[in-house]
Design a protein around this ligand. Structure first.
Ligand code: NAD
Length: 484
């Protein structure tokens, strides 16, 4: 079978990239080459931004209710191709089919939410701000927006931005992760089928050069970024210097606190899913479990048993509960952290370094890995590992546990397991992370609520989706009127 070379989608047509470097897109479970993705150039970005700028005047004048109709059609197409996109996601990312289906489903929820744009985009008004004078605040689109997304949720993360940007009357350019460009290729085919006018949505494949071109291009009014903190910081700084709106969602090190009064069997299974789901490659994944008092021993023993029951393998196969990590490079990174943890004195309770899957020698396998006796200054406790590795820590009481959580430079999400409303309330008030789960291991992204962390996990003011998206993608213009 010939391996396809991917094209960009610009001005309503699939066009070849100007870039001459091609990267292999590989199935992380089998090593099979699925496609070749071009590293597009600043010239490709100019073309896409130019097409989006050309489409903007007519699109912003299209009534919101008509813009929403395109999204209704797009949502119907996504529903009809849900399973197909899920399977593409599993082939390029490695996660299990169940995980891919929920990835697509959460993406679709954003399209559904953005379909309400005639209501979401309404302004405010007040008559008689002074005698005979009325005032109103209206929302207006701004122009061309760009988004840059990571490898770990190929269908969903681009849909945190695209539906809201275009529903608000802007035009849009996406750069998906070069590691997983295939789900978005299919999504863009469906956008074309939905009949959006040429140039309203565009896709440019590539990596760093495309990102830097977005940040510098004077035609781009705003940038949404999701990825690691180092790149998020770079995008945030560069866009700000160039006078652009920017929201940059970064990496994570999520703590889970288990209190002695937690419902232990339920907590343990839920914590296990949080840690090892998507092979630990979720920005909401638990990666440090703090057992408070006598909870420590119970949660350690329960997690060890649950982790041993995980079935590693090709996510496309029934019965597999954990897939591979994304690439050999990611595997090396995870293994080097495990080695560092051992050197620093953490105790390996379960070692996934030598895990393999029969008949799939080309997969990037790392088995569930559990460290105990982890101290806060160890690299495994401080850095984002982004793999199926968990660190267990002890705390004397809730106060100590909150101290450990708040000492982290990250602040994406954190969960507490408890049956005490008092403990839960204390935690939600005092823990720093931007998203808190109470007896929920993944503080899941809900389309109709804003999404984003705090501290080193988020750079910007306006978070993703929810009402924050409408603020991000519109200018709030104030008009004050008097008639003589
Ligand atoms: P990454 O930072 O390597 O890549 C993200 C995007 O940035 C990709 O499109 C990539 O092409 C581009 N990029 C990579 N290096 C760049 C550079 N030096 N300059 C400019 N652009 C560059 O992240 P990843 O490995 O694809 O994804 C995993 C990371 O994303 C983890 O840190 C995870 O926590 C984070 N993440 C965060 C959230 C969130 O909501 N906060 C959600 C999903 C993933």
């Amino acid at each position: 079978m010939t391996v396809p070379t991917l094209s960009n989608y610009i001005g309503g047509s699939w066009v070849p990239s100007r870039g001459t470097t091609l990267l292999d897109v590989k199935n992380p479970a089998t090593g099979e080459i699925l496609a070749r993705v071009p590293l597009s150039t600043a010239g490709d970005v100019d073309d896409a931004v130019g097409a989006a700028a050309k489409a903007f005047p007519a699109w912003r004048e299209t009534p919101p209710v008509e813009r929403a109709r395109y999204l209704f059609k797009f949502k119907g197409l996504l529903d009809a191709h849900r399973e197909e996109i899920g399977r593409i996601c599993t082939s390029e990312n490695g996660k299990t089919l169940a995980e891919s289906r929920s990835d697509v489903g959460r993406g679709i929820e954003n399209v559904e939410h953005a379909c309400g744009i005639p209501t979401l985009m309404m302004g405010k008004s007040l008559e008689d701000v002074a005698r005979g004078i009325d005032c109103e605040a209206t929302r207006q689109p701004l122009g061309v927006f760009a988004a840059i997304t990571p490898f770990n949720f190929p269908p969903m993360v681009p849909l945190w931005f695209l539906p809201y940007a275009v529903a608000c009357g802007n035009t849009f350019v996406l750069k998906p992760s070069e590691q997983v460009p295939l789900s978005q290729r299919r999504v863009f085919e469906l956008l074309a089928e939905a009949g959006l006018p040429p140039g309203v949505v565009n896709l440019v494949n590539g990596a760093k050069d495309v990102v830097d071109a977005f940040c510098a291009n004077p035609g781009v009014r705003g940038v949404s970024f999701v990825g690691s903190s180092a790149v998020a910081r770079h995008v945030y700084r560069t866009c700000a210097e160039n006078g652009k709106r920017v929201q940059a969602l970064g990496g994570a090190k999520n703590f889970i606190v288990v209190m002695p009064d937690a419902d232990m069997p339920k907590a343990v299974q839920n914590v296990c899913d949080s840690i090892f789901g998507c092979a630990g490659q979720r920005c909401l994944a638990g990666s440090i479990v703090v057992g408070v008092g006598e909870a420590y021993g119970k949660v350690r023993d329960g997690l060890l048993a649950a982790a041993k029951a995980i079935r590693l393998g090709n996510g496309a196969e029934a019965g597999v509960t954990m897939g591979p990590v994304i690439s050999p490079r990611a595997k090396d990174r995870v293994l080097s952290y495990v080695e560092a943890g051992v050197k620093e004195g953490a105790r390996l309770l379960l070692d996934g370094r030598k895990s393999s899957v029969p008949d799939l020698p080309g997969g990037n396998w790392v088995g569930p890995t559990i460290f105990e006796d982890v101290r806060p200054q160890m690299s495994v406790a401080k850095d984002e590992i982004f793999g199926p590795v968990v660190c267990l820590m002890r705390a004397e009481g809730l106060e100590d546990a909150i101290g450990l959580v708040n000492a982290s430079e990250y602040g994406n999400a954190s969960s507490i397991y408890t049956s005490s409303g008092k403990h839960a309330r204390e935690y939600r008030q005092r823990a720093h992370p931007g998203m808190i789960g109470v007896n929920v291991g993944i503080a899941a992204p809900m389309a109709f609520f804003p999404f984003g962390g705090a501290k080193g996990s988020f750079f910007g003011d306006l978070k993703a989706h929810g009402d924050a998206a409408i603020d991000f993608f519109t200018e709030r213009k104030v008009v004050i009127t008097r008639w003589f």
